[in-house]
Design a protein around this ligand. Structure first.
Ligand code: SF4
Length: 326
């Protein structure tokens, strides 16, 4: 059995819709808001990058979609609609059926994905057995043909994880994530641990996945240049909130939010002399006032920014959370 090719209709149907999500962490006696007022939709066949630095809430968002949040996290409000069903209302048994089957996952650290005493191909065979009832031997054959597509000799499915390089493990992870032909793949910093050449291979595999199988991809990264190179649309997060959302080309050409502008300025260009002193004094502390969450780093901050929190302003085709665009 080879994975079935399903071409989804068009990019006008939502596969994932997150509505007004708020998530808190309990840290000691304090409650900390990790994700606030987040609404976003990913369409079928869309590659959506979610970009932000550490602490921006992007990985918490992915964990919430998969319902694998840590024990001290609590979803305060909101819903996560996957193909029309609210994942937050599903019993865990049904969620297990969706996770790994209709929603594939690629983690940052491929080593953590594998059981060290199982051959890598057995992981794919097990997935197919659990979710599709495929016989083990048949599952191994699927694994062979899948990894071959990704430039790995088919006999390597009989290797143990420690026998593979980091790049090869990550390619196996992608093969695992798509073995059940999921409608959505969540890739959480999938290239962070890889060298530049392998990074490019992984990106082109993800693009191929969308082009050939119609899979939607939520690509989570701290690297805006990577995000722009792979995605159709980008959502920029800061301090748990969406601060900007736009088609990737528009964002590259004309970033609106001061934070996005800063991120773009950090991408080195050929022949550009970099002046890192500009960023040395940057603080990632969030302001304690009720105003704009970015106010203590923003070069355009005004008095109003410290007092009032800007809403996410819809500019028709893109959104930005900044008083400059009121
Ligand atoms: Fe800067 Fe004010 Fe816009 Fe916030 S609202 S990003 S502080 S200009």
């Amino acid at each position: 059995m080879l994975i079935k090719v399903i071409l989804h209709n068009s990019m006008d149907v939502k596969i994932l819709e997150i509505i007004d999500l708020e998530i808190m962490y309990r840290v000691g006696r304090k409650s900390v808001i990790a994700v606030r007022d987040v609404s976003l939709a990913i369409e079928k066949r869309e590659i959506r990058a979610v970009v932000g630095e550490s602490g921006s809430g992007k990985s918490t968002l992915a964990s919430a979609v998969l319902r694998v949040l840590p024990g001290n996290a609590r979803i305060v409000r909101g819903s996560i609609m996957f193909d029309g069903v609210d994942l937050l209302k599903l019993p865990e048994r049904e969620m297990r059926r969706i996770r790994g089957s209709r929603i594939g996952i690629i983690f940052q650290d491929p080593s953590a994905t594998f059981n060290p005493v199982m051959r890598v191909g057995d992981h794919i065979a097990e997935l197919l057995y659990v979710h599709r009832g495929t016989r083990w031997e048949e599952g191994l054959k699927v694994a062979e043909s899948l990894v071959k597509r990704f430039g790995i000799p088919s006999e390597r499915v009989y290797d143990y994880p420690h026998q593979l390089s980091g790049g090869m493990k990550q390619r196996f992870c992608i093969a695992m994530a798509i073995a059940t032909n999921p409608e959505l793949v969540i890739a959480d910093e999938p290239t962070t641990a890889l060298d530049v050449v392998t990074q490019m291979q992984v990106l082109s595999m993800l693009r191929e996945l969308r082009d050939e199988y119609g899979t939607s991809i939520m690509f989570i990264t701290h690297d805006l240049s990577l995000a722009l190179s792979i995605s159709d649309n980008v959502t920029v997060m800061y301090g748990g909130e969406i601060v900007e959302e736009a088609p990737s080309d528009d964002l590259r050409r004309e970033p609106l939010h001061p934070y996005t502008q800063m991120l773009l300025e950090c991408i080195p260009r050929l022949r550009q002399r970099l002046d890192f002193r500009r960023f040395e004094k940057e603080s990632i502390e969030l302001p304690s006032t009720r105003g704009c969450i970015f106010s203590n780093r923003c070069r355009y901050a005004r008095e109003r920014c410290l007092r009032e929190e800007p809403p996410l302003i819809d500019l028709g085709g893109r959104r930005v959370r900044c008083w400059l665009y009121e």
